[in-house]
Design a protein around this ligand. Structure first.
Ligand code: FMN
Length: 318
């Protein structure tokens, strides 16, 4: 594991998705291992008070690191939450030359091809065989991928999303938190906003309630997406969130290999009460972690906004 190699792997790890593109991870690289930490300075206390989504995002980054290592011919040893006494330490990965996980290595080329869409998807169905392949990727990390199929089920999910959209947009603290991550003058994290339109957008998001507009848009998205999927885990502890993140990233990368991209429908999972109703309807006995719509995108990928490795990694000499 050379410094140049690790620097490359960390750049790929940071291409993981995260809520509002907060990139809530830190890495500590020692000669023996790469440690992944939660970065609470990048928390979203209103939308994600327990840090569940932040930990899922860190799980996504960990999966990218593992896939990048496997593609470089490394064998992995990964421990989740290896030392509870060290607060914030989420995982320790040892990547050394050895028999690499071929399934993980096969996903690595998609790390740079995956991105999040916020527009309607093409109506074309998913490539044959893709859905079972995605379910297998989720299962490989101990999660389940459950399809939300049929008009009645989609409508119920749309109604739950609409309720969440209205509640969130009505809350000034939530609007303010989203607006804080729209950075017209900064290009390496947060949501895309042009220098010209960005300030206006930030002001509008902060001060006006667009709950009704978002609810109507999400209803169309949910009813017409080629696939709507719920990723669920048996438990709901930080270890489950890390597993969910790795499962999510495997699903997203496998889809991206076929040109299929995802949009998120997280709103009902961010509100207690609504999340339980989603579970009761679509994943009884399991915890819904992520809700996605999948299909071929209509637009070109946006320009990437990511921090440089030096911003989120410390290299500790022997
Ligand atoms: C746990 C999690 C929750 C997310 N929630 C949303 C969401 O509610 N709405 C949305 O548009 N994108 C959501 N995203 C996607 C991020 O906005 C996206 O990953 C980020 O802006 C970086 O862009 P990229 O995925 O195109 O690299 C979420 C991502 C993760 C990992």
């Amino acid at each position: 594991m050379t410094i140049v190699q690790v620097d490359h792997w960390l750049r790929l790890a940071a291409l993981a998705p995260s809520p509002l593109n907060t990139q809530p991870w830190r890495f500590r690289v020692t000669p023996a291992a790469i440690e992944l930490f939660d970065d609470p300075a990048r928390a979203l206390p209103v939308a994600d008070p327990g840090g569940r989504e932040r930990t899922i995002a860190c799980g996504c980054a960990l999966l990218n690191l593992r896939a990048a290592g496997a593609a470089a011919g490394c064998e992995e040893q990964v421990a989740l939450l290896p030392d509870p006494a060290r607060g914030g330490l989420l995982a320790r990965a040892v990547l050394a030359e050895g028999p690499a996980d071929a399934a993980l290595a096969a996903l690595a080329p998609a790390i740079e091809q995956r991105w999040t869409t916020r527009r309607a998807l093409r109506a074309a169905p998913l490539p044959p065989g893709l859905l079972p392949a995605l379910a297998a990727e989720a299962a490989a990390e101990g999660a389940e991928l459950l399809p939300v199929d049929g008009r009645a089920a989609r409508q119920l999910l749309a109604d739950l999303c609409a309720e969440a959209d209205r509640l969130q947009h009505h809350d000034p603290a939530w609007r303010h938190e989203v607006a804080r991550w729209i950075h017209p003058g900064r290009s390496n994290d947060g949501l895309p906003a042009s220098r010209l339109g960005g300030r206006a957008l930030r002001f509008l998001v902060d001060h006006f309630d667009f709950g009704g507009t978002s609810a109507s848009r999400d209803e169309v998205y949910i009813l017409h997406a080629p696939a709507v999927l719920l990723l669920a885990t048996p438990g709901d502890e930080p270890r489950d969130w890390l597993r969910a993140g790795q499962a999510l990233q495997r699903v997203l990368l496998r889809a991206a290999l076929d040109g299929v991209q995802a949009g998120y429908l997280q709103q009902p999972l961010q509100l207690p009460g609504l999340r339980e109703r989603v579970a009761a309807a679509f994943s009884p006995g399991r915890w819904p972690q992520v809700c996605l719509r999948l299909g071929l995108p209509v637009e070109d990928p946006p320009r990437r906004r990511r921090r440089p490795v030096a911003d989120f990694a410390d290299f500790v000499p022997a």
